[in-house]
Design a protein. Structure first.
Length: 428
């Protein structure tokens, strides 16, 4: 029955007559955070609407068009705090107006639904955050001319609200990709991981989702990685099992002699206070049981070390001390000091760029909307001539650019010491 219903949902959502936004926009829209001075408003339809479609959504009395919602789709907008009226209307269904008081910094989920089967009725209701989040996962973001225009020109036209996909996070110079693209390298593979929200209610790893999405864009659109060779794992798609699957099964099944491999991780790290080992914290990770729920760096490096690849580059925008930043720690435990340079035995084809040393924290660069390390890594790839003609990276040259830049901004803006590390196999 479950399989049948899931298949039916997929078929009905595919039958939506409203244009659907690109998958990367949909993924970003599902992971937005409300800014301090406005609110996020999701309106969705989590059923097939008795065959009804193309329901228009309007805001207030000045007919500001918010988009169209039908079978398993949603719209999302930034709105100003205060009293508003949301209206939904469709030729055969009539209309429904719902007043709502909006508070700044909040996120609201509103379901568009049909109270009675086979009747011309439509209704709206505010739902609990957890209910809304689960529903949105199974819906697709709709596109319409107003958003398409904003995406193309960057201009907000009259009667078009703030397009949340464009203006919800700060745009920086690295968000605009370089125009030149290297030739496609069919033998290049990448795993890109961004975990901003965690199941265990851990602190958010700010900007991790958009960090990962942008790194994936650089790999495909700048460095010539085939899109089908780049696995992007975000939030609840980056569980402990997912990491094991792609590092220990997917890569060995695909990587051949002479391949290039790129691994990027943006999210929390954690130490094991008992052993001193460093762990990536998956979406379902729990720092109190990190050896059971985390994915250790040692395990990852061992899996990578078995690959016949010519070159493997690992970039970690995380930290592992448990002292804050992009690291977490079991309650009651004390932060650790670990030496990332000597903690692991790397094979000769692996180079690791880590955002900070073992006793430091990895900062975000709020002015740019990215992790501090990720921002300068991408800025170096874009501007510093470190990408070779075959799409591979001159790692030492890139690191020589990234390290002083990160140290300077961390000290100047955050009064923090952050020293990126370049870790390589020990030379005899």
């Amino acid at each position: 029955m479950f399989i049948l219903m899931t298949s039916l949902c997929m078929i009905l959502s595919a039958c939506s007559s409203t244009p659907i936004a690109p998958s990367e926009m949909d993924m970003m829209a599902k992971n937005l955070k409300s800014p301090q001075d406005k609110a996020l408003l999701y309106i969705y339809q989590h059923d097939w609407g008795h065959g009804r479609s193309n329901v228009s959504v309007m805001l207030d009395d000045d007919d500001r068009f918010m988009g169209k919602v039908d079978n398993y789709t949603y719209v999302v907008w930034l709105v100003n705090p205060g009293s508003h009226k949301i209206a939904v209307m469709e030729k055969d269904l009539g209309s429904k107006i719902m007043p709502i008081d909006i508070k700044a910094g909040q996120t609201y989920y509103i379901e568009q639904w049909f109270p009675r089967l086979f009747t011309n009725m439509i209704d709206l209701k505010v739902v609990d955050k957890l209910v809304g989040l689960e529903a949105i996962k199974e819906c697709k973001l709709t596109m319409y001319e107003g958003i398409a225009s904003v995406l193309k020109t960057g201009e907000v036209k009259e009667k078009v609200l703030d397009a949340v996909i464009i203006f919800s996070h700060i745009k920086s110079d690295v968000d605009k990709l370089p125009t030149l693209k290297n030739k496609s390298n069919k033998n290049a593979y990448a795993i890109v991981i961004g975990i901003e929200n965690y199941r265990q209610k851990l602190p958010m790893a700010d900007f991790a989702t958009q960090d990962a999405l942008l790194v994936a864009d650089y790999l495909v659109k700048v460095m010539g990685y085939p899109e089908e060779n780049v696995v992007t794992l975000l939030n609840d798609r980056a569980t402990n099992v997912d990491l094991a699957k792609y590092f220990e099964k997917w890569l060995p099944n695909n990587v051949e002699k002479g391949s290039a491999v790129f691994v990027y991780y943006s999210g929390h790290g954690a130490p094991n206070p008992r052993t001193g080992d460093a762990y990536l914290v998956p979406y379902d990770g729990d720092p109190s049981f990190i050896d059971q729920t985390g994915y250790s760096l040692k395990r990852m490096y061992e899996a990578l070390g078995k690959l016949p690849a010519k070159e493997i580059i690992v970039a970690l925008d995380s930290c592992f001390s448990g002292a804050g930043g992009r690291s977490v720690l079991a309650e009651g435990a004390r932060p650790l000091v670990m030496n990332l340079q000597t903690s692991f035995a790397l094979s000769g084809n692996i180079k690791v760029m880590a955002a900070a040393s073992g006793d430091q924290i990895s900062s975000t660069y709020k002015d740019k909307g990215h992790g501090l390390f990720t921002y300068f890594m991408l800025k170096g790839i874009k501007n510093e001539d470190v990408v070779k003609p075959d799409g591979s990276i001159a790692v030492n040259a890139l690191f020589s650019y990234v390290k002083p830049q990160v140290e300077r901004i961390a000290r100047k803006q955050y009064n923090n010491e952050q020293t990126p590390q370049l870790i390589e196999a020990k030379k005899n």
